[in-house]
Design a protein around this ligand. Structure first.
Ligand code: BGC
Length: 466
């Protein structure tokens, strides 16, 4: 069974992010984030919702930590809400925000659950005008990281600087389907560079603050496959691989941006001209590399209807390529293909591309949304959520990861240290609002009742069987 095949010392965890679970957006002097501004604009979120209450975690820390304790996992990955700690994105840390996270860390300590804290999971303070399009935001983020390192450096188990700069760049600044809602297409690339620079400055700041825990970044990787053997599909597939994967991994691990695919050079001029001194900052040595994996991408030339329901936007339709569906795979609630073997591919690609410079790897997110519903047990009336599809998804992915690093393939050189399920709780799923449930624990968004799903009990058995 799975538990007994996990490498010695392997960390099993669950992940969340502040904006998606906390709620209490107007409490404790929290400032506005770009996501508060975005969700208040009509038409941005499919169900018209906001994250004002989200999963109400801000008021339910004891209950949520208790759920993790009973689950028997080793570590909890959460994010610090930047606008709770620096409401305007600058200045000294706000005491109410500090107190909230101190209480969370106290509870985790008491429960014997380690912490992995992310400094930026998309909730940019709205006061930082221009957001990540503005180079100064990287400096502001470095300053935030320094203060956080000084304040929490002896308490946090491990540190993540930024979460998925690819998603923020592509969805937030290129396509406009995430906050801040800019549709700059290829002119969005400065937002990528500034997030990466912010990452590097944060690594330097955390080291200067002498934090005790290891430091890493979290990138989302999606192996890219051309839809056909045609030259055009192959060219756009390598373009998408550069845009989605390599722009974010190469500078961090190799200290340089990838070469633009042939014919697309003019699109990448913003990255070709960056100051080499920035690349030295961006490639500060890391203690671990966080990999988020959800699904592979199949790319075809020509504009077309996007394959995911959350991706519909005019900007996307104007691109010279599109994502295609995978009829050979079952899909999640989002319509994403369920293809665990591609997690093995993502690990193989990391090993092949970055070889000896790749630090230990942690799978910092993996999970799936399904239309889960609470039913009452016919025997004893206990509320249950039968999410067998999620159990199958998680078991197959964890299995694929363990196989990839312990088999004879490229990924066998990877030192894989852990696996975090996205997510502990059903939560505010960005532009999909409350329509996509990713949790091991069901949340009733009217009264915030938590109901552990079958997948929660499954993960508890895996943790126990080690
Ligand atoms: C993000 C999470 C998100 C999840 C599912 C990841 O890209 O880090 O915040 O909820 O994917 O979409």
């Amino acid at each position: 069974d799975l538990g007994s095949r996990l490498p010695a010392g392997f960390t099993l965890g669950v992940a969340t992010s502040a904006f998606q679970i906390e709620g209490a957006t107007h409490e404790g002097g929290r400032g506005e984030s770009v996501w508060d501004a975005f969700t208040s604009q009509p038409g941005r979120v499919v169900d018209g919702s906001t994250a004002d209450r989200a999963a109400d975690h801000y008021h339910r820390v004891p209950e949520d930590v208790e759920l993790m304790h009973d689950l028997g996992i080793d570590s909890y990955r959460f994010s610090f809400a930047w606008p709770r700690l620096q409401p305007e994105g600058k200045g000294s840390l706000k005491q109410a925000g500090v107190d909230f996270y101190e209480r969370l860390l106290d509870r985790l300590d008491a429960a014997g659950v380690a912490s992995m804290a992310t400094l930026f999971h998309w909730d940019t303070p709205n006061e930082l005008r221009g957001g990540w399009f503005n180079r100064d935001t990287a400096q502001r983020f470095g300053d935030f990281a320094l203060q956080m390192g000084e304040r929490f450096g002896d308490r946090v188990g491990s540190w993540v600087t930024v979460n998925e700069p690819a998603t923020v760049t592509l969805e937030g600044y290129a396509l406009g389907v995430h906050a801040p809602g800019a549709s700059r297409l290829f002119n969005a690339l400065p937002a990528a560079h500034h997030q990466l620079l912010g990452h590097g400055l944060a690594v330097q700041a955390l080291r200067a603050a002498d934090v005790t825990g290891p430091i890493g970044i979290v990138n989302v990787h999606s192996p890219v496959v051309p839809a056909s053997g045609s030259e055009a599909d192959a060219a756009f597939a390598s373009l998408f691989d550069v845009l989605h994967n390599r722009i974010f991994a190469d500078p961090v691990l190799l200290g340089r941006y990838p070469v633009a695919p042939e014919g697309f050079e003019p699109l990448f001029s913003a990255l070709a001209d960056v100051d080499p001194a920035d690349l030295l900052v961006i490639s500060e040595k890391l203690d671990f590399y966080g990999l988020n994996y959800y699904a592979p991408s199949k790319i075809a030339a020509g504009s077309g209807a996007p394959a995911t329901p959350d991706g519909a936007s005019a900007a996307m339709a104007s691109l010279p390529f599109h994502l295609e569906a995978w009829p050979e795979f079952p899909v999640t609630g989002f319509g994403w293909p369920i293809a665990p073997e591609f997690l093995g591919t993502a690990l193989d690609d990391l090993a092949t591309r970055y070889g000896d410079v790749l630090p230990p790897v942690v799978i910092t997110e993996n999970g799936a949304s399904f239309a889960d519903a609470v039913t009452l047990d016919p025997d004893d009336g206990t509320p249950r959520v039968h999410d067998g599809a999620r159990i199958d998804y998680l078991a197959a992915h964890l299995d694929a990861a363990v196989r990839a690093v312990s088999g004879g393939g490229a990924a066998s050189v990877i030192d894989l240290r852990g696996y975090y399920v996205w997510s502990l709780l059903d939560n505010f799923e960005w532009a999909a609002g409350y329509t996509q449930r990713f949790g091991l624990v069901h949340v009733d968004f009217d009264d915030f009742t938590r109901t552990p799903k079958d997948s929660y009990h499954w993960l508890r058995r895996v943790a126990e069987s080690r």
